[in-house]
Structures are given as structure tokens and as C-alpha cells.
Design a protein around this ligand. Structure first.
Ligand SMILES: [Zn+2]
Ligand SMILES: [Zn+2]
Length: 268
């Protein structure tokens, strides 16, 4: 089908000629920036001017007059009632801005809670003070006994998932568990608080078989290694403890017990 001469000539004039394409190729080869618009599609200066005049707005834009809308006056912001059982939102009285409750009933509940809290805090501080006074007046013998209780408690807690160190008594045995010394307190006071020397043992082994030492040593070698067992066997025999050491060690043991109890509580 033949197109009319006028249209064909217009289409032909908008298509790139062979020489224009050749020029574009050269430009690409030279590394120049090539726009996506073909070079033949560039419009002349007069044409651009004409287009701009055609697009020019004839009627001017009307400016919208600025009207300020007055904001509503700020009132007191609503508050939430502090009473945990209530938690209702309410508008506070501006003359009593400290009030945290919505009604007289909630105020009474909060006052009772506050008093109870104050009483508990006072009792706690009094107990701590009494304990401190008692500890200050303790003799070495009392301190040694108190620290041994703490260390034993720590050992039983540490070895919670282990069998008896001196017999095959399983960890889930719900009888009494003791902290059994490998080197006894009487024979080696230097090791009485040493955590390598103390392991969890059943009451039968600890009380009636004197720790069942032959079996204890066998299992201890498997648990902590031969070198440490040899060291325990040859360690210094006696030691004199002073107040400072016992106080410091007690603090450390309390901290260790607390940490272990927390870990055990979170894991179980
Ligand atoms: Zn309330
Ligand atoms: Zn046992």
C-alpha cells in the first residue's frame, strides 16, 4: 500500500539518515556520552521558542488567600490512673497536679500500697543492719562454720546434675546430698574451702563410709584429672584463717550461689 507523498516525506525526515547513524557510532567509539534521543530528533531554536509560547499560560493563577484557623485552646491533658487495677483515663484537676488517681477509692488503694512498700523497705534495712551487727561480733570459729555452710551449699548446687562422687548413686536420687571433702577438714584445714577438694556425695557415703575415699579418688581423677588430684594430695596441711579472709570469701560465695541459682532457675 502506498502512502501519500506528504506523509511519507514527513516520516522520512524524522528517521535518522545513514550518515547520522554513522556519526552516532563514531561518537560511541570515542567514548562520548550518547543521549537516548537520536541526533536527528533535535528541534531547532525557533521551534523550541514556538513550543514555549504555545504552552504559556494566558490566564494568571489566582492566589488563595491565607486564612489562619484558630486552634482550640489547650485543656489539661488526660492522665491514666496509677492504680493498677483501674488504669482509667481521667482529666486531672489543675489545682492538684500531683494527684495520680482518678477517684477517692483509687487514692486510698495507692496510699495503702505506698505504706506497705515503705514498711517492707524499713524491715529489710533493719534485717540487714541486724545481720551486719551479728557478723561483726562473730568469732573465727563461727565464721568458719558459716562459710563452710555457704561453700557446701554452692558445691551441691554446682554438682546438681552429677552422680555421687563416691558411688553410682544417680543425680536424680531425692535423698540427702552432702558436700563431701576429699581431704577432710580435720586432716587438711588448708583445703577446707577449696572447691577442687569438695564434691557432691550421697549422705550414706559421706556419713557412714567416711566419704568412701577409694571410690572418691577414682571418680575424682576422671573428673578433675590426675595432676589436680596429686596436687590435692600434696598440698599444705594447715592454715590459719583471719576475719578479713573469711568475710571476703563469704561475700564471694554468696555472689557465686546467687549467680548459679539464677542460672539454674532460668535453665530449668
Ligand atoms: Zn482509678
Ligand atoms: Zn554415694
Amino acid at each position: 500500500m502506498h502512502l501519500r507523498g506528504g506523509i511519507t516525506s514527513r516520516i522520512a525526515s524524522s528517521l535518522p539518515t545513514a550518515s547520522t547513524i554513522q556519526n552516532m557510532r563514531f561518537a560511541c567509539a570515542a567514548g562520548a556520552m550518547v543521549s537516548w534521543r537520536p541526533m536527528c530528533a533535535t528541534t531547532s531554536h525557533e521551534e523550541k521558542k514556538r513550543n514555549r509560547l504555545n504552552l504559556k499560560r494566558t490566564t494568571p493563577l489566582k492566589r488563595t488567600p491565607f486564612i489562619s484557623i484558630p486552634k482550640p485552646p489547650k485543656g489539661p491533658r488526660p492522665k491514666k490512673c496509677k492504680n493498677r487495677a483501674c488504669r482509667t483515663s481521667y482529666i486531672p484537676d489543675p489545682s492538684q497536679p500531683w494527684k495520680d488517681w482518678c477517684s477517692v477509692d483509687c487514692g486510698t488503694v495507692l496510699a495503702i500500697e505506698k505504706l506497705a512498700k515503705q514498711k517492707a523497705a524499713k524491715e529489710k534495712s533493719e534485717r540487714a543492719e541486724a545481720k551486719r551487727r551479728k557478723e561483726q561480733g562473730m568469732s573465727i570459729r563461727e565464721r568458719l562454720a558459716a562459710l563452710q555452710v555457704l561453700v557446701n551449699r554452692y558445691v551441691v548446687l554446682r554438682d546438681k546434675d552429677e552422680n555421687c562422687i563416691s558411688c553410682p548413686m544417680p543425680a536424680h536420687y531425692d535423698g540427702a546430698w552432702h558436700a563431701s571433702h576429699f581431704k577432710s577438714v580435720g586432716s587438711n584445714s588448708n583445703l577446707r574451702f577449696n572447691l577442687l577438694n569438695i564434691h557432691k556425695g550421697c549422705a550414706q557415703c559421706n556419713l557412714f563410709k567416711s566419704g568412701n575415699i577409694a571410690e572418691y579418688e577414682k571418680r575424682l581423677r576422671l573428673k578433675i584429672g590426675d595432676d589436680r588430684v596429686e596436687w590435692l594430695k600434696t598440698a599444705d596441711r594447715s592454715r590459719v584463717y583471719d576475719h578479713d579472709y573469711l568475710i571476703r570469701f563469704s561475700i564471694i560465695m554468696r555472689r557465686k550461689i546467687k549467680r548459679l541459682e539464677k542460672r539454674r532457675g532460668s535453665s530449668s
